[in-house]
Unconditional design. Sequence first.
Length: 122
Amino acid sequence: MTALLVMLGGAVGAPLRYLVDRFVQLRHDSLFPWGTCTVNIAGCALLGGLAGAGTALPGPVFALLGTGLCGALTTYSTFGYETVRLAQRQARFLAAANVAVSVVAGVGAVVLGHAITGALTG
């Protein structure tokens, strides 16, 4: 049953990632990967919020939303690929900015999501 929930969450998260990435990226005339950065930060915030709920969140719900949805919504491989691609295009500042923004904002989003949910369920 758990594997089915993970697959169901992934079936929603993967197309959502693609749609959000395209929606955001098409609105920016820049080499910077705004779409990937957006989905990764949003996924971090959601996963932090789910983790902040602790035992108030049943295991099957975490499998569906945390492992399935967030796992498919976020994408480390695309982040890595886009960073390397920026560096290869001599856009080293943007490559470094992508790493810095993604890591700092991602960790910040996890902490914020965790704190908000922890306060609400505390």
